[in-house]
Design a protein around this ligand. Structure first.
Ligand code: RB5
Length: 151
């Protein structure tokens, strides 16, 4: 599975750790930046390229990290086709995929420990969308909204 990852300075250290964990498990990781820990950098500059890559299929799933995870999730969700959420628990990590087809998981580099983030990340990566009619119906409503936000 090709996994995209991106962070600003607030998520840089956690990104480094998660990249190592993923590579040791034979995931293919593409890093959309920042490539250096730069205190004044802006999360949209890295999260948006990641979100575009996931939306286009260049990466199958994504991980977006900023200080709190909030900016990263807001930015990622601006790209049509992205279903991103800030996740702090194991249940949400897999249910978000099973029911909502979440394709980008967001973390707060300043709010979550590395072991918790790792467990949550693997729950997210193992999960698959259920394809149940009711979930599909709800997602189609969101797709329609993306195509015509002010209808
Ligand atoms: C940057 O210091 C911080 O505001 C950013 O990483 C993030 O937490 C925004 O949501």
């Amino acid at each position: 599975m090709i996994i995209g990852i991106a962070s600003d300075h607030g998520g840089f250290e956690l990104k480094k750790i998660l990249k190592e964990k993923l590579s040791s498990q034979e995931f293919n990781v593409i890093d959309y930046g920042n490539s250096v820990n730069e205190p004044g950098d802006d999360y949209p500059d890295y999260v948006i390229p990641l979100a575009r890559a996931v939306a286009s299929g260049e990466a199958e799933r994504g991980i977006a990290i900023c200080g709190s995870g909030v900016g990263a999730s807001i930015a990622a969700n601006k790209i049509p086709g992205i279903r991103a959420a800030l996740v702090h628990d194991h249940f949400t990590a897999h249910q978000g995929v099973e029911d909502d087809n979440m394709n980008i998981i967001c973390f707060g580099g300043r709010t979550i420990g590395e072991e918790t983030a790792t467990e949550i990340l693997f729950a997210f990566l193992k999960a698959r969308f259920s394809n149940l009619e009711r979930h599909d119906r709800r997602l189609k409503k969101l797709e329609m909204l993306e195509n015509n936000p002010f209808a």
